[in-house]
Ligand binder design. Sequence first.
Ligand code: GTP
Ligand code: SPV
Ligand code: MN
Length: 581
Amino acid sequence: MNQDLKQWVDSCAAHCQPDRVVWLDGSEEEIQRVYEDSVADGTFVKMNEETYPNCWYHRSDPSDVARVEHLTFICSEKEDDAGPTNNWMAPGDAKKKVWPLFEGAMKGRTMYVIPYVMGPLGSPISKVGVEITDSKYVVANMRIMTRMGKAALDQLGDSTDYCKGLHSLGDLSPDRRFILHFPEDREIWSVGSGYGGNALLGKKCYALRIASVMARDQGWLAEHMLIVGIENPAGETRYVAAAFPSACGKTNLAMLVPPASMPGWKVWTVGDDIAWMKFGPDGQLYAINPENGFFGVAPGTSTKTNPNAFKTVQKNSLFTNVGFTDDGEPWWEGMGTEPPANMTTWKGAPYDPKGSEKAAHPNSRFTGPASQCPCISPEWENPKGVPISAILFGGRRASTNPLVFESFGWDHGVFVGAAVGSETTAAAIGKVGVVRRDPMAMLPFCGYNMADYWKHWIETGKKSDKMPRIFHVNWFRQDADGNYMWPGFGENLRVLAWVLDRCSGKGEAVETPIGHVPTPGAIDTSGLDVDPKTMDQLLSVKKDEWKAELDDQAEFFTKFGDRLPSELQDQLNQARSRFGF
Ligand code: GTP
Ligand code: SPV
Ligand code: MN
């Protein structure tokens, strides 16, 4: 038994006072016992065993349905190390304030100890964490999302090199809800929420906030990125990593189905949310997916938009806050079928097809094992990772950003990533549809000063002459009537084909002040209902919109004062002068 781990678990148990402590080994019998107990206490409802074998339905507390960015803190010793985009508490103050909320919090409950590995077992890039939790929902999710149990303890051995995460549902009151990160101690405390990234501590808390600090110190990158392999008709596969903010299309792009107009192309999913990237001996960046499953947005997922996600979650999966039919099946808006009669909503009320209450919460989710994904890459558990040819940044923008453009080079690409703007979504509590700066889609996930993070990106680019090319994409541009101009989903492969063409020195482009934009015709639109005029609009760079955009980016950069890397200020100045502003 690892003594450091045992002591920590004992001290948490003494304080939280659970009725019992259960160390999880990850076995099938064990999880079935947890499900049995979950049905007894109302955490899960068993779904239709015929149509959804071994699937489980969960409703969260209606006040606990998304990440809480305003209650998420980086507790570094120095406030400046958290930076202007993070909430900060001094570690001592944070512990004084939140430790009492754990006192006796697990009375009448079971404390589960979940040892887990982020990344393929045995990979030099993978990392161990241990989560203590009183939530069976968390146990069930962590079992799908990570490699957990005995294998993780074996990988840890006697080492103290692991991330400690203490989680309790507490009383689920938003007034006593805190998600705290101690980057210097590599520790996480989360209380008062049982939902997603607030509670599954391996995901955003460890694999991004804590890991981004480790990555800075150790010279690698921890990013909010999907990883996808694209095989052309000649059988060559190249890999792309893409950072889009929450609920902006990562899962969909990672699993896309090639359109009929692109016979012979194949798409292989490596990851849909997080990438850890390190240099290989050949100087290329290699990425692994630290996760073992998908925690994906349900609404909008249909057999048309994302059949692969659909197939992934037909068995051994969890459904949270979607509608629940009398037949024990899930339903959500945008599933592509009529709402069934006799359904209860995510709140547990009878569904009224004429009413305004949705069946599924906009941030309702499925949790499914990556191994069940029909297009999972044969390389997805390669301990070395996959070599990355291109990095995409993107956001959800009704205007301004063209469908795609390529940066002028690494530093310009870092600037493009740092300046990403995107409309807020239901993935976090707060107003939806407001454009905010979300650098590299990491605004809520960077565990240290964002300016230092940008510097780390700039420095990383100096280490190799084989850096991926950097692009920006926007699937969400709208016409004057508010309709999306680009069909998106599978058709996005047409854009990826241009991206990969550019990576091999092909692909026609015009130089604009923001970067290289495809020439008319460079993106194949055959068989698409998109006329040349719409395509023109999709690829247009409008000077007045960019004046406002660059002004907003400049204002955002001023928040960082002297800490802003001079390279980014230079890039901003150059962008302005290319426009003549
Ligand atoms: P997180 O799990 O929160 O990190 O989200 P994500 O980035 O993986 O987003 P996801 O792929 O789940 O998509 C979120 C929403 O955007 C869903 O409702 C999708 O249907 C929609 N969406 C995804 N791709 C496209 C696209 O190409 N075009 C349009 N119009 N909508 C899209
Ligand atoms: C996101 O919000 O980016 C997610 C969902 O992937 S959560 O796990 O809740 O962070
Ligand atoms: Mn995400």
